[in-house]
Design a protein around this ligand. Structure first.
Ligand code: GUN
Ligand code: ZN
Length: 440
């Protein structure tokens, strides 16, 4: 095909490790770089000058001198049925779930509806430069099928799972211990490891599962060692009060999940804002991780994540949008809000660290860094072509930026989907901005 092998020439940034912003290590930046893709994989990355010295013909490149190429963004926590729950007024978590989210999720019993919604959701991610995500579907297995079918059609690397809930939600949204077990195992057998897809066991959160259901999830998790587990943890004060009522014998919120063997390296806990030292130490000890969801935490008034406290204790923290508690599909917007959340606590978030988190950091957290996250030779060619100046303010601000860090910080603070000109997955262009000048 036409893209069996091709090369793009632009500014290029990717990470090779957690960046050290003082030593200037952990990343590679080429102000005039070339990315060569072959059969959907990264063949080579380097400076144009260096490639020319080795006999490379720059004439084969499509050239974007003012654009930036970065690895595709990775979103470690997002709800596909909540696209149109975004911007629902006035409530915090528990009321927001009951008033807006559960009614929206009821519609996903209809497979055709779910397919159309999955299509819209994936388009939105791609136009925001997100190529991989860890996704909550709904309680309906057919909605999970719909999501995997659409992700497969676009050749995307995605992790997803059927939500399990057998109490404290509307009747129409409840499964049982046995149907949740059967549906989850069937979906694992059908989709886990198929093409670029993986499965995540998805008990929504402890308030909506009985102890019996959580015990069943623990059994499935232990029986299927390569699947993931995702749920919510300690997001909201009212939620935590509810946990105390429902699980009076538990030492703390995390202990509920611990009791049912749901901790571990492949366990991604959304939020984790209000954690005790014991909980943080237990997360670290079990290599369990937190998905930091800045726009959601602000929108739902949940609280400010203390990133330094988690990282100092050795807990892996990924970044995520949490659509539709979150208010933007853009990882750039998400990083901007993360920066502000940390500012309020006297912490800072350097743009190199932020952009690392959204790419290689999240890939490592999700144990996908052997396949995606940077431009190491042989990795899957998932990346975006980023316009650094799509709006008047960004153009003007970028003209003032003399250093890489300034350019990246302005991108992170001011950028969003308007910056994403093209998105590629496995070397295939899966999104291109129709109104962007260089497309003409
Ligand atoms: N806790 C349980 N379910 C949800 C959800 O859908 N969104 C958020 N933000 N928190 C939750
Ligand atoms: Zn969530």
């Amino acid at each position: 095909t036409h893209n069996n092998s091709f090369a793009l020439r632009a500014k290029i940034l990717h990470f090779t490790d957690q960046p050290d912003v003082h030593q200037r290590t952990g990343y590679e930046y080429f102000a005039d770089g070339v990315l060569v893709v072959e059969n959907g994989l990264i063949k080579q990355v380097g400076s144009a000058e260096e490639l020319v010295k080795n006999g490379f013909d720059l004439a084969v490149c499509e050239h974007f001198p003012e654009h930036l190429i970065m690895p595709g963004f990775i979103d470690s926590h997002i709800h596909y049925p909540q696209t149109n729950v975004i911007a629902s007024y006035g409530e915090q978590l528990m009321d927001w779930l009951n008033q807006y989210t559960f009614p929206a999720e009821l519609q996903y019993s209809d497979k055709d509806f779910a397919l159309k919604a999955a299509e819209q959701f994936i388009q939105l991610m791609l136009e925001n430069g997100t190529t991989t995500a860890m996704v909550y579907t709904t309680v309906f297995a057919q909605s999970t099928e719909a999501f995997f079918e659409v992700a497969q059609k676009y050749g995307l690397r995605m992790i997803a799972g059927k939500v399990m809930m057998d109490r404290n939600a509307p009747d129409g949204l409840l499964d049982t211990v046995e149907t949740a077990r059967q549906d989850s195992q069937n979906l694992i057998d059908k989709w886990h490891g198929k093409d670029r897809l993986s499965y995540a066991l998805t008990p929504r959160f402890a308030p909506t599962s009985t102890p019996e259901q959580l015990a069943m999830v623990g059994e499935l998790y232990q029986a299927n060692p390569s699947v993931y587990m995702q749920t919510h943890l300690s997001e909201n004060i009212q939620e935590m009060e509810f946990i105390k009522q429902l699980f009076p014998e538990a030492k703390d919120y995390l202990d509920v999940y611990d009791e049912y063997d749901l901790l571990g390296q492949r366990s991604v806990f959304g939020h984790g804002i209000h954690l005790s030292d014991d909980e943080i130490n237990r997360l670290a000890e079990t290599d369990s991780q937190i998905a930091f969801c800045p726009t959601s935490n602000l929108f739902l008034g949940s609280g400010l994540l203390d990133l330094a406290r988690l990282e100092d204790a050795g807990v892996t923290v990924s970044v995520a949008t949490d659509i539709g508690g979150g208010t933007s599909f853009s990882l750039l917007r998400t990083l901007a809000e993360a920066y502000k959340i940390l500012q309020l606590q006297g912490q800072s978030l350097h743009p190199l660290k932020a952009l690392y988190m959204a790419t290689l950091g999240n890939a490592k957290a999700l144990q996908l860094d052997d396949k995606i996250g940077n431009f190491t030779q042989g990795k899957e060619a998932d990346f975006s072509l980023i316009n650094l100046s799509p709006t008047q303010i960004q153009k003007s601000r970028q003209q003032q930026a003399s250093k890489l860090d300034e350019t990246l910080f302005a991108l992170m603070m001011l950028g969003d989907e308007h910056n994403i000109e093209r998105t590629y997955s496995m070397g295939k262009m899966v999104y291109s901005c129709h109104s962007c000048a260089s497309q003409e």
